[in-house]
Design a protein around this ligand. Structure first.
Ligand code: SF4
Length: 424
């Protein structure tokens, strides 16, 4: 009886902040925000103590630092999202992730504006940013200096010296020395890299290095099934390297919209949504829970550009219910049924089959940004960075071998053609 009551309470809790009940929650938060007198102080804006448990904290690898297990992904114009930043801080989502290139600099500038108005917030926050597209340490240093300025801070808690790492050679000895120096100058506290492709190989490589503090990697209910990824995650964990998961919703180049409010397109989608709805979760909340159930991950970084999403994700990480073996099985079946809509980032495979056009996994990601995230300009900007000679060859390339070898059975030709239409 007591168990049943607990289940009902949890269901109500999640439903209150989940997809079904998000609109009223967002509205009430918005009106609460409006009622607060305009103030430059966080303390003044804090209306009352939270009634729900705090966001769980997790240790960041071998460091002594603990971070919120939900990280605010900031790849959007945060100048326009000050209310999201305030709500995140008040809710205990104190790990904020941004990047030099995010929203053309407006992500860092948005956090900087928040810190200018709320200087006392800095010590409560754990801020990460990235040296996007830096080609050498000179550019890394320049990006760091600009990030410090934009963020209006004297230090970065976690600095991603390599953003979008794709090859181990990017971790040069010169960069190692720079990282050590930047720590001595107290400009950065911890050094990291982020990766979207060849993740297992890169993680396995990093596990042998003693100067990498953390890695942000794509990780989700699909990749948790990959033996090579599992081995690499374990190696990093044993080496004390902190792991931060991103892209936990596992959106692919085929999905139209794959955030929390997923557009239900297939029978498999319907089944997944229906299954978790009965348990009181949205599918998006369940996908976050899958990742956080793996204690080797310190945090899950999720883009939350509206209050509904922020509240739903906060509810998901606060909820203590463990997903069962049967729940995991449902995810495995869903992953199998929908594999051809997801690019797993195993670029070594398609690159070997396409030496003349080794950009397929990037193109799949850009198409995902365009279709799933609605980031049209960003997707086009990234596509334009592919060398012109490769872009010109894309239409006439034979993708047969790559399609044969692709473990996800992606219709590569069709998707590249769609990318050319949308992004070129
Ligand atoms: S297209 Fe296929 S082989 Fe290439 S990275 Fe994506 S999943 Fe891997």
């Amino acid at each position: 009886m007591k168990d049943k009551q607990n289940r009902i309470n949890r269901r109500n809790f999640l439903r209150t902040v989940g997809a079904a009940g998000l609109a009223p929650v967002a509205a009430s938060l918005a009106s609460a925000e409006e009622k607060v007198a305009p103030s430059s102080s966080i303390a003044a804006a804090r209306p009352q103590k939270p009634k729900t448990p705090p966001i769980p904290l997790r240790r960041l690898g071998r460091s002594k630092v603990k971070v919120s297990s939900l990280c605010l992904g900031g790849n959007s114009n945060l100048i326009e999202s000050q209310i999201i930043l305030r709500k995140a801080l008040e809710s205990g989502v104190t790990y904020w992730d941004t990047g030099h290139n995010y929203a053309g600099g407006n992500s860092e500038l948005g956090i900087g504006r928040f810190l200018t108005k709320n200087p006392e917030a800095r010590k409560k926050l754990f801020i990460a940013t990235k040296a996007s597209y830096a080609k050498n340490v000179k550019e890394t240093e320049e990006r760091l200096q600009l990030s410090l300025k934009r963020l209006n801070t004297n230090y970065i808690d976690l600095y991603f010296g390599v953003h979008f790492m794709s090859e181990p050679e990017q971790l040069t000895d010169e960069l190692r020395k720079w990282a050590i120096e930047a720590k001595k100058r107290k400009l950065i506290h911890l050094f990291a890299f982020s990766t979207h492709k060849n993740m297992a190989r890169l993680l396995a490589h990093a596990a042998k290095l003693d100067w990498i503090d953390a890695i942000m990697t794509v990780y989700n209910f699909r990749l948790r099934q990959e033996p090579k990824m599992q081995a690499a995650v374990e190696a990093c964990h044993k080496a004390g390297i902190a792991l931060i998961a991103m892209k936990c919703q596992a959106a692919g180049p085929s999905a139209k919209w794959a955030k929390q409010d997923v557009e239900i397109e297939t029978e498999a989608d319907k089944k997944l949504v229906g299954y978790f709805e009965k348990k009181g979760f949205t599918q998006g909340q369940a996908k976050i829970k899958v990742v956080l159930q793996d204690k080797r991950f310190s945090s899950v970084c999720v883009g939350m550009d509206n209050m509904s999403l922020l509240n739903a994700n906060i509810a998901a990480v606060k909820d203590k219910t463990k997903l069962s073996r049967a729940d995991m099985q449902v995810f495995s079946e869903y992953a199998r049924a929908t594999c051809s809509g997801y690019c797993a980032g195993c670029a070594d495979i398609c690159d070997a089959a396409l030496p003349e056009a080794p950009y397929v996994s990037d193109i799949m990601r850009y198409l995902m940004y365009y279709k799933s995230y609605g980031q049209h300009d960003e997707a086009r900007r990234l596509f334009a960075k592919i060398p012109a000679d490769v872009r010109n060859r894309l239409s006439n390339t034979d993708y047969t071998l790559a399609e044969t070898r692709c473990p996800q059975h992606l219709p590569i030709r069709e998707l590249v053609s769609e990318a050319i239409d949308k992004l070129a």
